[in-house]
Design a protein around this ligand. Structure first.
Ligand code: UDP
Length: 434
């Protein structure tokens, strides 16, 4: 059943609550969507076919869409179309799992050699489907309720106990768990009692062709209509309390209090759309900017495609990521790949994504004063951005998707032998779905 050299031939990838076809940077679409698309494309290029199952969020979607050679997206009908919030998906997961198992082609096990699920809701479907097909389950958490709840921002709603229970069951069922960083691997062991032998660390990647310094900062500023000599601290990502764009705005206000002369030459773009609720939504942020007296320097922009996003990164003096929690932080690596240093909070994957003092600066906590000081360092020393930017490009070079896909394929290969044990167990226990 497995392909060449013990690698799977066909993988069923599960991304239940958000589609790889959605625009990242708003709502439920973010780094995980990018991760699934980029990983699937690179696995396909290595000869591993991938079919991605996602919930049909509208009635007019075709049953399947070819995303790239060797990568198919399958739309699964489960629950009402547009109006189903992520929080209410749990009740639809068995329906989703049944629909996935129906794609099998008569022979046992199903047409796939392995299941790779993303986020706990997909993990739940993966658990049911893997037991049904007798194939291994590889799971990536992306975010964990226990970790998120330990780092809640003001205005954030805690993750419910049902999610923690669900995550725990998925961790127990998975043959292999893929963690973004060693810290995430430790969290899996510490908070979810994962077996360390089944946890593999694979750093996510960045598309180094799409995200590169290109023709440089001045050209990008000209294309975006931004002033040539301004200090440009940039925020990119979903506008939600967890990402703390409000901390950036407060830091800018403090900086301008200390250095009023900067007002004429600072622009603060916020690129991304609303996600969830709370003060950090664009409307809330706009009100905050007005209250802080900095509306004239903040530019709110809706999410853009990555090709365009690369120009925003190139144009910026520094990317600012004051997140309360971040399982990795793809935008930090993307900005560095474009030659832009990063000021980020010292949380989650960011200490891996950013080389403190070399490709950017890590800040402990979320005190706007600390971020204002970091921005001041860039204002005082205009060469700092270019200097750190060179190191940033080199650091980002460590995170190609090809490397991530090769490491993931190894995890798959390591998971495959368990299939035979699982099949034998399932046969004797008469495990069935539903
Ligand atoms: N993104 C995008 N357009 C935007 C804003 C963001 O394509 O306007 C993408 C960005 O390139 C990155 C992803 O959304 O790959 C966000 O990933 P990250 O890990 O930083 O955050 P997450 O959303 O997973 O919390």
């Amino acid at each position: 059943m497995s392909g060449r050299d013990g690698f799977p031939r066909r993988v069923a990838m599960l991304s239940v609550h958000t589609s790889p076809l959605h625009q990242p940077g708003t709502g439920d679409a973010g780094g995980m969507n990018v991760y699934v698309v980029e990983l699937a494309r690179r696995l396909a290029a290595r000869g591993i076919e991938v079919e991605i199952f996602t919930r049909a969020a509208s009635a007019d979607l075709p049953p399947s869409v070819v995303l790239a050679p060797g990568v198919l997206v399958r739309h699964v009908a489960a629950g009402p179309y547009e109006s189903l919030a992520k929080e209410n998906l749990l009740a639809q997961l068995r329906v989703f799992a049944h629909a996935v198992t129906r794609t099998r082609s008569g022979q046992r096990p199903g047409p796939y050699d392995l299941i790779h699920s993303h986020y706990w809701l997909s993990g739940h479907v993966g658990r049911l489907t893997a037991a049904r097909w007798g194939v291994p389950l590889v799971h990536a958490m992306h975010t964990m309720a226990k970790v998120k709840n330990a780092h809640l921002a003001h205005g954030d709603t805690p993750e419910p106990a049902a999610r923690v229970r669900g995550e725990t069951r998925v961790v127990r069922a998975a043959d292999r768990l893929i963690a973004n960083t060693a810290e995430e691997a430790d969290d899996l062991v510490l908070h979810y009692a994962a077996d360390p032998a089944r946890v593999a660390v694979v750093h996510p990647g960045v598309d180094l062709d799409r995200f590169s310094p290109g023709a440089g900062r001045a050209a990008a500023r000209a294309r975006l209509g931004l002033p040539r000599d301004a200090l440009i601290p940039l925020f990119v990502g979903r506008v939600q309390p967890l990402k703390a764009p409000d901390v950036l705005l407060r830091a800018v206000a403090l900086l301008l209090e200390r250095r009023p002369g900067l007002r004429e030459r600072i622009v603060v773009p916020v690129v991304g759309g609303p996600s969830g609720s709370g003060l950090a939504e664009p409307e809330g942020l706009q009100k905050l900017a007005a209250r802080l007296g900095i509306s004239d320097v903040v530019l709110f922009r809706p999410p853009v495609r990555q090709e365009r996003l690369a120009d925003w990164y190139r144009a910026a003096s520094v990317l600012v990521m004051p997140s309360h929690s971040e399982s990795f932080g793809l935008v930090a690596v993307e900005a560095q790949a474009c030659g832009t240093p990063v000021v980020a909070s010292r949380v989650g994957g960011l200490p891996v994504a950013v080389r403190d003092g070399v490709s950017g600066m890590l800040v402990r906590g979320h005190d706007p004063q600390d971020y204002a000081r970091a921005l001041e360092a860039f204002a005082d020393d205009p060469e700092r951005s270019a200097r750190m930017g060179g190191a940033a490009v080199r650091h980002a070079g460590n995170f190609g998707w090809e490397t991530a896909a090769a490491a993931t394929a190894e995890v798959y290969a390591a998971a495959l032998p368990r299939t035979h044990r699982r099949k034998a167990l399932d046969a004797s226990a008469g495990v069935c779905l539903g």
